[in-house]
Structures are given as C-alpha cells and as structure tokens.
Design a protein around this ligand. Structure first.
Ligand code: PLP
Length: 391
C-alpha cells in the first residue's frame, strides 16, 4: 500500500524502541529499573475519578460541542486566573484530547507550508514532527548554556521574516529546567519586534520547584496576551495521562480555527473525562502540592546521585520530573557512538531503561524520569554506577 509522503517522512519515535524492549524484558522476568516514564506514578486522585463515575451513571455519554463542554471551559478559566494570572472567557478556550492535541491544533491553525517555527533544543519529542506535519520548517535553537535555557540573543538570531511561531515549554520536558519570571520577560522583550505567535506549552506549570512560580508568557502584557496560545492539560498535575484531556486558551480567531479542526477530526475528548478535568482544575487543589514536593525531593536526590557518576554532568532539575544528564564523555569507554547505543547498553547490561537524548535533539544526553520511587532511583543509579565504573 502506498502511504502519503506526510507519514513516510514522519520519524519513528526513538523512545519507543527502548520502552518496548524494556517492557518485553520485564515480561520475561528481568528486574528492569524503568526511568523512561513520562507520567506521574501516582493514581488519579479519588475526588476526580468519582466525578467521572457519577457522570457516567448520570448518562453524560453523548457528543459535546467541538469546543468542549461549558463546565470544562469555565473550569479552564478558573484555573488560568488562579494559577497563571490570566483572564479568559470560556469562548477563548477549547478542550482537547490531551495537551498534545492542543499543541497540534495550534500549529495546524497557524502554520503554512514553509513557515518557520522556532524550537529550542532539547525539545519534547513530538514538537518537530508536529511542525513538519503542518508543512512547517523547524528552526532549532541550540543554546550555548549548559543549563539549556536559551538567551535573548539566541532567540533574536533565530527570528526571521518567515518565523510564524515560537514554542516555549517551561518547565521543560526533557530538560527539567524552568525559566524564571525575569528570563521569561527577557524573551518576551525580544519577541516584541516581530509578529511571531507564541505557543506556550505549560503542561508542567504546577510542577516547578525552583522556589518560584513560572510566569505565563500570555500574562506579561497585552501584546503577549494577544499573540500567545497557552496549552496545558490535566495529565501531569493531576496524574491523568490516560484520560486524554487538555485545553488551550488564546485569541478567539485562533481558538475558533482550532475548534473547526477538532470538529472534523476527533470531535474532542470523552465527555465524562471533560467533567473530571473540570473538577480537577476548579476543585480542591490539595493533591497538587504533595505531588510537587515529592517530585522535588526525588529530583534533588536523583540529580545528586547522577552528579557523582563517572564522566556524567547534570543540571539540577527545577521542574517537571526529568533529569537530562550529559553522558557523551562515557561513550568512548563504553565503546558506544551515540545516545541510542548508550541506552541499549544501559538496558542490556545494567537493566536500566533510559531514553536516548537524540529523541529530544541532543545526542550527548539521556533522559531519566524520576516519576518513580526513591528505592527505584537508588537501585537504578547504583546499577549505572557499576556500568560506568569508578575513576
Ligand atoms: N507537552 C509536553 C512538554 C509533554 O511532556 C507532554 C507529554 O509528555 C505533552 C505536551 C502531552 O501531554 P498529554 O499527555 O496531555 O497529551
């Protein structure tokens, strides 16, 4: 069967090979330590699941408007006001099938063939593929700084008359870093001189542990508000990855276009899950801080241990649940040529699953998720220590 050039050009996720191999080894009884997960290891809190159960019992199982249910759109406005100092009305919001679809719809609504989309490296694995699916051209920024954050000058140098959008993901997957409010404002200052739209992926906004709250691009001033599409989801902050509910907020024309696209593709997420997300966003937030604190402690512990590994350097995570250590100085000794081969050896010899950095645009690194217990973190790092040897 002849496939479209659109999908033939689509790169297969480098993460899949390692995770499916790790899963197979586990099934065969091997004691694999899995640092690959991109999701909280907590259960969805009971108050949220019970809303979905009651909605099912009440027969809330029919089609919803393509924009999403009014209850969910209102809850998005409550959340954005409370946590992000953003004032939106429900008609400036759309409920999507996870954060992923929010970003895809935003790109599809904005990008024409040949348009450039600026993407800092390391990036979340789906961004470049989504840009290309929309006919866009990925314009990478490879930051000079070891903490991965781009500098205003680097952003300025990447802008061109063909720039259509800039993807800003803070806290970051895979980098685990968070821009401070001042750093965010400095990037906004650079963007003021052109018309690029900002796609702000704030999916980890509740999981920042640098002692500050991340600043939403759209909250900076009226100019940023008018050209930012803020994307988020229930997935990470409320341990709801499998529920597939997310949302976006932004200028009406963009949201309307995204809704038209959604009306002809997915028709939006499952209705009772939308109601569960509404409860998560607008209800009691008591479960969020304990989860954030737990991730902060695990992240600090994993980081401290990674820094002691031979020939490994790692920036301290300040958000999300990832460490992204630089491991390329170990390649010669391990006789591997890249991050995929490193991940293969870590799995084969140490039974530790990590994700190759090449999936995120940096072959010098690997990603380790600390969405797992302290015991697993210690066990996995002990094994990596044996693999890498001592000085
Ligand atoms: N954006 C980033 C940076 C992510 O890490 C993820 C998930 O890993 C998503 C978006 C998509 O999240 P969702 O599961 O809500 O589609």
């Amino acid at each position: 069967m002849q496939l479209s050039s659109r999908v033939t050009a689509l790169a297969e996720s480098a993460t899949i090979a390692v995770s499916s191999r790790a899963a197979r080894m586990k099934r065969e009884g091997v004691d694999v330590v899995a640092f690959g997960a991109g999701e909280p290891d907590f259960d969805t809190p009971d108050p949220i699941t019970s809303v979905a159960k009651s909605a099912l019992d009440a027969g809330k199982t029919k089609y919803a408007p393509a924009y999403g249910l009014p209850e969910a759109r209102e809850a998005v406005c409550v959340k954005l006001k409370r946590d992000n100092n953003l004032t939106y009305t429900p008609d400036q919001t759309i409920i999507t099938c996870g954060g992923k679809e929010a970003i895809y719809l935003a790109l599809a609504a904005l990008v024409n063939p040949g348009d450039e989309v600026i993407l800092p490296v390391p990036y979340w694995v789906s961004f470049p593929e989504m840009i290309r699916l929309c006919g866009g051209v990925v314009r990478e920024i490879r930051p000079a700084s070891r903490d991965f954050k781009i500098q205003p000058g680097e952003l300025r140098a990447a802008l061109s008359p063909r720039t259509r959008a800039f993807i800003f993901n803070s806290p970051s997957n895979p980098g685990g870093f968070t821009y401070t409010p001042d750093e965010t404002r400095a990037l906004a200052d650079v963007l003021r001189d052109n018309s690029a739209v900002i796609i702000a992926d704030e999916i980890y906004d509740q999981l920042a542990f640098g002692g500050f709250r991340p600043l939403s691009m759209a909250s900076i001033d009226a100019d940023m508000y008018a050209r930012t599409i803020t994307c988020n989801a229930a997935s990470k902050s409320y341990a709801m990855t499998g529920w597939r509910v997310g949302y976006a907020a932004g200028p009406r024309p963009a949201i309307d276009a995204m809704s038209r696209l959604q009306s002809h593709t997915t028709s939006g997420p499952c209705t009772f899950n939308q109601l569960a997300m509404a409860a998560a966003l607008a209800g009691d937030q008591a479960t969020v801080a304990p989860m954030r604190n737990e991730f902060a402690q695990r992240g600090a512990h994993m980081h401290a241990r990674l820094c002691k590994l031979r020939n490994v350097q790692c920036a301290a995570p300040t958000g999300a649940f990832y460490c992204f250590p630089r491991v390329c100085d170990t390649y010669a000794r391990l006789q591997v040529g890249d991050s995929v081969a490193f991940a293969d050896i870590a799995l084969d010899r140490a039974h530790v699953a990590v994700v190759p950095g090449s999936a995120f645009g940096s072959d010098d690194h690997v990603r380790l998720s600390f969405a797992t217990s302290m015991e697993q973190i210690d066990k996995g790092i002990d094994r990596l220590a044996s693999l890498l040897g001592t000085a």
